[in-house]
Design a binder for this molecule. Structure first.
Ligand code: MN3
Length: 386
């Protein structure tokens, strides 16, 4: 059977790698829709190559341009365009690979339309995990994780009722072996020099603070319905063990492989089947030789603790964590903040935050807006002082 796929965010890191996976499995997929932000040139090339029926871009000027270039394709724009794409009846699966809160509403729409979701967007579960998982259950929709750690757990977890722990691995990021004082003064180029994974800039900064791991803990809590007390983070610099589950009887099942995003992306798209795709070279246990595991250093990387705290507190605390952190990361990428300010500002906003219990999607988005404004105001005041 050919699976019809819509890709939200086709020009980003996950989107382009998903299309590489699809290239290697041509007879398995038909690309029905593509969406992108503002990378119109790449999107136009993708339209030519994959001939989707539907496309959406961020602004109307770009959609007019693309319509003139590709008159046979229905081209939408804006947030509404993304919702229209999520609504397409023909699609079997929707890959949500946009980054940021823009992914939230289209994901909900696609779930309501009973489309399986390959989920690469972190914000969806961090901001609205309770709502999303409940909706998926009601609509009998599968949420297939794309992130390597969650894909690993998904592959290992065949017996939820006898689960004891989730073990989420972390490479430790670029500062694993650095001294605390050196980390405080780390520069952008040090931060962007991730040892194992090649990713977008925002997530690379999050990997350096270990906030990325914290957000992944929150995602795992929702995806697999596991208490925070039963989620352990283990630093594993080689990144071969992508995560593991421990059962009541003491058995631990881990998913192991070379660090490549193609494998988890492919599994989310082809689930429950497996095919020979791009990554044909086997993992070599002998060459790998050494697998190391360490306890995370919560003192050097306090963001990880803050994420656990937000998750345990629940409500809109995770919305606060996510929004404040993202604004601080963006300011760091713009050269407005030092590396350690990212945590300090996030913590400051978080500590003064009052959460809403059982929020609606509208409330979540309102809180997100409010927290971002507040965070930016703090950052601007710091600029004024400097
Ligand atoms: Mn990950």
């Amino acid at each position: 059977m050919v699976k019809k796929i819509s890709i939200l965010g086709s020009t980003g890191s996950i989107g382009t790698q998903a299309l590489e996976v699809i290239d290697s499995l041509k007879d398995k997929f038909e690309v029905i829709a593509l969406t992108a932000g503002s990378n119109v040139n790449l999107l136009s090339c993708q339209i030519e190559k994959y001939q989707p029926k539907y496309v959406s871009v961020k602004n109307s000027k770009d959609s007019e341009y693309l319509s003139s270039k590709h008159p046979d394709v229905k081209i939408y724009n804006g947030e509404e365009g993304l919702i229209n794409i999520a609504d397409i009846k023909e699609a079997d699966i929707v890959l949500v690979a946009v980054s940021g809160k823009i992914g939230l509403k289209p994901t909900i729409e696609a779930i309501k339309n009973k489309k399986d979701i390959a989920l690469a967007n972190k914000e969806t579960l961090v901001m609205a995990g309770d709502i999303i998982m409940k909706l998926a259950k009601e609509n009998n929709v599968k949420i297939l994780p794309v992130d390597s750690e969650h894909s690993a757990i998904f592959q290992c977890l065949n017996n939820r009722k006898d689960l004891k722990h989730l073990i989420i691995t972390s490479s430790g990021g670029p500062f694993r072996t650095w001294e605390e004082d050196d980390i405080k003064n780390a520069e952008l180029k040090d931060v962007l020099n991730h040892p194992r994974w090649n990713m977008g800039k925002k997530i690379t900064v999050d990997s350096a603070t270990l906030m990325n791991k914290g957000l992944e803990v929150i995602e795992a809590h929702h995806l697999f319905d596991v208490d925070y007390d039963d989620i352990k983070v283990v630093v594993h610099p080689q990144s071969y063990v992508h995560s593991a589950v421990e059962y009541k009887d003491g058995s631990i099942i881990a998913q192991i492989g070379r660090p490549s995003m193609h494998i988890p992306i492919q599994y989310a798209l082809t689930y429950p089947d497996r095919y020979e795709g791009i990554e044909t070279e086997s993992f070599d246990f002998i060459k790998a030789a050494k697998l190391e595991f360490f306890e995370p250093d919560y003192k050097k990387f306090p963001s990880l603790n803050l994420a656990f705290e937000a998750g345990i507190k629940g409500g809109t605390y995770t919305v606060c964590l996510n929004a404040a952190n993202e604004e601080a990361v963006l300011a760091f990428l713009e050269g407005k903040l030092r590396f350690f300010d990212i945590y300090d500002i996030t913590k400051q906003v978080f500590d003064s935050y009052i959460s809403i219990n059982n929020p609606s999607i509208e409330q979540i988005l309102e809180e997100d807006d409010k927290i971002r404004k507040q965070t930016r105001a703090i950052i601007d005041r710091m600029q004024a002082v400097i």
